[in-house]
Write a protein that binds this ligand. Sequence first.
Ligand code: EPU
Length: 292
Amino acid sequence: MNPFSGLESIVRQDEPLDMHTWYHLGGPAEYFAEPTTPDQLLELIRRARENEMPVRTLGHGSNILVRDEGVSGLTIHMVAEEFARIETDGTRLKAMGGAALGRTVTSSVHAGLAGLEMLIGIPGSIGGALHGNAGAGGTHVGQWLTEATVVTDKGETITRTVDDLVFGYRQSSLDELIILEAIFELKEDDPRRLARSMQQQWIVRKAAQPMGHQCAGCVFKNPQGATAGELIDSAGLKGTRIGGAIVSNRHAGFILAEPECTCQDIVRLVDLVRDQVNERMGYELELEIEIW
Ligand code: EPU
């Protein structure tokens, strides 16, 4: 019996996840759902619980590497229009979890709201950005958050406020199953000035990082007191290749996938980079991307 009977219009079986991630790699999701309303979302979680099925949330897939064998259970893809709205009201900006971080940044700049403009060029959804506390240029997304509405793995919808949240370097205590909605408190500023600094940040980023390639942002977190890119570069690993996976020559913190690449190639290259950096530079690198 299909655990999602009656929900066939939004649930597919054995959906290839390669087309839903920036790496364009990896196997299928056993069940893959794209809910269009909060009620459907809650019903999906209820059914998965009833069937003791693991549940994962996929945003825009820019920080995820899916293993070649795929993932069991239910993967919920938060991309429907209903989950991607962005609104501003005075200095408050409300963004749904499925909204693109990039569109949230440009909306804030057009509304003359300062705070998020340095985050331009970071891929991903608001949900993913808050889950990993995405940052750049000395700012991070969590520092502007005042409140978030989340859905737990038990299917409860709750609001978390900034007083009970902790955001650190690429980590966040906002760790419930789904981030439905986020409210940011920003600062009034001149939209033209903000647009200029956003454009400047975009140029700096495009020059330093391999944007537009098949990759997923920085693969490793920066260890305390050092940067992963510099360590990998100093260890002489730029351009190192395993199968179709290659350490970027532009920025060593990125691993690019060539068309014939498999997830296993990347996993093996990640292990090689960690071993070599540990041996030659004495640092343990921690992963920033999530491997499913
Ligand atoms: N560097 C090298 N070789 C390289 C890359 C970098 O020597 O191949 C050196 C640079 O010359 C510089 C230092 O390392 O002196 C730092 O480089 P960069 O300014 O590029 O910053 P990063 O620490 O490597 C971090 C974030 C990026 C973010 C940039 C800009 C992490 C892991 N990375 O990179 O975020 O865009 O700062 O603010 O925190 C991401 O997290 O996915 C990401 C791309």
